[in-house]
Structures are given as C-alpha cells and as structure tokens.
Design a protein around this ligand. Structure first.
Ligand code: ADP
Length: 217
C-alpha cells in the first residue's frame, strides 16, 4: 500500500500518518523528518537543506528527490508499503515520483488531502507545536498541553520548538504551500486518486474515515 498525505503545514499530516501507520503496520515516511535527521547528522545534504528549511522555503527538488528515491527503493518499504508525508510537494516531485513508481512496477493507491482553509488555526497549531528533544513526541501548547510545563508527557524530556514554527516562518510556509504544493490537488484529482478529508475533524473520526476509504478494518 502506498498512500500520499497532502495538506498545508499544520493540517495534521504527521500526526495522522503516524497513527495510521502504527495501526496498520505500514511505514511512515516523512520528508521533513528525513531532512531534519540529515541536518542533525551534519551530512552534506543536511547542510545544503538547512538554509531553505529555516527560511520556510522548499529544499530544491533534486536534493529531496534523490534522498526520497533512495528510501523508496529500500526493501522494507517496498514490502510493507508506506504513508508518504511531505513528499511530493511540487509538480516536479510528483512527476519524478510517478516515474520512480512506474520503473519499479509499483502503483500509488491513494492521495489523501487533509483540507482546511482556516489559516488562524493552522498558525496556532504550528506556533504552539513542541517536540520532545529526547523521544521526539509531539504536543501542542494550545491543543494538547503537556501536564508539566516544558516537559514531555511520555518521557519527561525537554520540549523544544522547531526553528521553522515561529509565526513569520509558519506564514511563509503556508504561502509556499499555496503556491507550490496546492497544484498537486488537481494533478491527483485528474488521476482519480484524490480523497478529500476535512482536517478540522477529530483524530479518531478521521482515522476511521481513512480506514473505510482504504478498505482497511
Ligand atoms: P510541514 O509540513 O509542517 O511544513 P515538514 O516537516 O514536512 O513540515 O517540512 C519541513 C521543511 O522541510 C519544509 O518547510 C521544507 O523546507 C523541507 N521539506 C520537507 N519536505 C520537502 C519536500 N518534499 N520538498 C522540498 N522541501 C521539503
């Protein structure tokens, strides 16, 4: 099973991908996480990606394309399938992805769009997001506040804000999404792959809707 999750920054792609992937034993592949790991490891790709990410811009297609293509070719991902979160994000990437799948004799099953036009809510979700520096669990100061301020509910580790979750950068990411990623909605609609879900729905409701649409139980 290969599913792409599409949606504005803050729409909840990561949270839902993780939930669905855990439940069905499918791998969750987040291009943002891959890039952040490359940065943390100080690789050449990480160093090149850094400036774009901090500014809320997209990392150039050829850099992201190469690293995602390498992951997609991995045995485990081919065998278990994956939920792609954050890739493709431009038409160039979508065409590259189509070509990679065709060459591997694989198909894309569905593209789930987490649709919302509530910009205020997206900004609140992004600026309120905190990530545990230890176990990487994600919480939100507004929507799922930690029991103890500044500490992760799961492991007690220190909560940190992602550098690109400040308000000006979050607004820039939303602008970039509208300009470069939204055209993918039409691209996948034309291929009959798009499933549009309301991103404002509650997590569990959304999960059962996704399961139903994918024929999973
Ligand atoms: P969000 O969806 O909340 O914006 P991500 O973690 O998916 O966050 O991405 C963080 C940043 O990583 C993006 O703003 C961008 O700079 C970079 N990035 C992630 N995926 C891609 C991609 N497919 N193409 C280009 N840049 C990407």
């Amino acid at each position: 099973m290969r599913i792409v999750l599409l949606g504005a920054p803050g729409a909840g792609k990561g949270t839902h991908c993780k939930r669905i992937a855990d439940r069905y034993g499918v791998l969750h592949l987040s291009s943002g996480d891959i890039l952040r790991r490359e940065r943390a490891a100080g690789t050449e790709l990480g160093r090149k990606a850094q400036g774009y990410m901090d500014a809320g811009a997209l990392v150039p297609d050829e850099l992201v394309g190469a690293v995602v293509a390498a992951r997609l070719a991995e045995d485990e991902i081919r065998r278990r399938g994956c939920f792609l979160d954050g890739f493709p994000r431009t038409l160039v990437q979508a065409r590259l992805f189509e070509r990679l799948l065709a060459e591997a004799g694989l198909a894309l099953d569905r593209v789930i769009l987490m649709a919302t036009d509530d910009v205020d809510r997206l900004i609140k979700r992004l600026t309120g997001r905190r990530v545990c520096g230890q176990c990487r669990a994600v919480c939100n100061l507004v929507y799922s506040p930690p029991r103890q301020p500044g500490r992760c509910d799961h492991c007690g580790g220190p909560l940190e804000q992602r550098g690109d979750d400040t308000e000006p950068t979050a607004r820039e990411r939303l602008r970039v999404y509208a300009e470069q990623t939204e055209p993918l909605v039409r691209f996948y609609e034309e291929r009959g792959l798009l499933l549009r879900l309301d991103a404002a729905r509650e997590g569990l409701e959304l999960l059962s809707e996704v399961s139903l649409a994918l024929g999973l139980s």
